[in-house]
Design a protein around this ligand. Structure first.
Ligand code: URA
Length: 257
């Protein structure tokens, strides 16, 4: 029988050794860091099995079960390819591990946000389901991430995320090249705040919509790297603590899945 191989991820089914779970950071350089952390906590071997464009994959083991870490690149379109191709290879549980900007005052850099559902400000998810279709996280992943946060004692918030294809206009940032935000997005940050949306990021609506349309499990944990009600600048310290805490909680959640 001909083996299933996928083009963009440069992977074949035999490479992933039956992995059913994937952790999805955006940045390819985060992949070996997460894999090293898995090895430190679980002791198994880790192996880089592919790297093409933004898609880098490590095979790791958690409690002797194979788990993948694959980078998605930034935003909906590249993320949709990663999910499609991983699903073709047999992956069934998809957990995005990323960073985010908080928009509610009480959320601090270094906290994590566990997304229950996303406002679909992306384009890729609309190619999979009409906009009326909700981008919701699988309850088992939400619960596992909450357990992971409790276990690691990381401060966490659970709720709705605004997920935008763009970092600047879609997240109503005026510190862009033109300093102009098209009318469609003017005033949207205040509106999301009023509607108790917790944060902005760029991939969860794609992850959650696609996994739901496939009948698979999707979830998202994001480390807060800036609070937009306080300032716009992302500091190195905030980035490091947001990233590290999101990974810590994601890894701790795996035992509950
Ligand atoms: N990632 C985003 O998409 N937005 C932020 O503000 C920070 C990280």
């Amino acid at each position: 029988m001909k083996e299933i191989c996928v083009y963009h991820l440069n992977l074949c089914k035999s490479h992933i050794k039956g992995s059913k779970i994937v952790l999805l950071p955006g940045d390819p350089f985060r992949v070996p860091e997460i894999a090293e952390e898995i090895k430190k906590q679980n002791g198994g071997e880790i192996k880089e099995i592919a790297w093409k464009r933004e898609y880098r994959t490590f095979l790791c083991y958690v409690n002797k079960k194979p788990v993948l870490v694959t980078s998605t690149g930034i935003g909906g379109s590249s993320t949709s390819i990663a999910i499609e191709e991983l699903a073709m290879l047999g992956v069934r549980t998809f957990i995005r591990v990323g960073t985010t900007g908080a928009i509610q005052k009480h959320i601090k850099p270094g906290d994590v946000i566990i997304t229950t559902g996303s406002v679909r400000l992306d384009g890729a998810s609309t190619h999979y389901a009409p906009i009326e279709y909700p981008a919701v996280a699988h309850n088992e992943i939400v619960n596992a991430l909450i357990e992971g946060a409790k276990k690691t004692k990381v401060k966490y918030h659970v709720g709705i995320t605004a997920s935008s294809d763009t970092f600047y206009p879609g997240q109503e940032r005026y510190d862009s090249f033109t300093k102009y935000v098209p009318k469609r997005f003017q005033g949207t940050m205040a509106e999301w705040q009023k509607l108790f949306v917790l944060n902005y990021e760029m991939e969860s609506s794609t992850v959650l919509t696609l996994t739901s349309t496939m009948g698979h499990r999707g979830g998202c944990i994001s480390g807060v790297v800036v609070n937009r009600t306080v300032k716009e600048k992302i500091t190195k310290e905030a980035l490091m603590s947001g990233e590290a805490n999101a990974v810590k909680v994601a890894l701790a959640s795996l035992e509950f899945l």
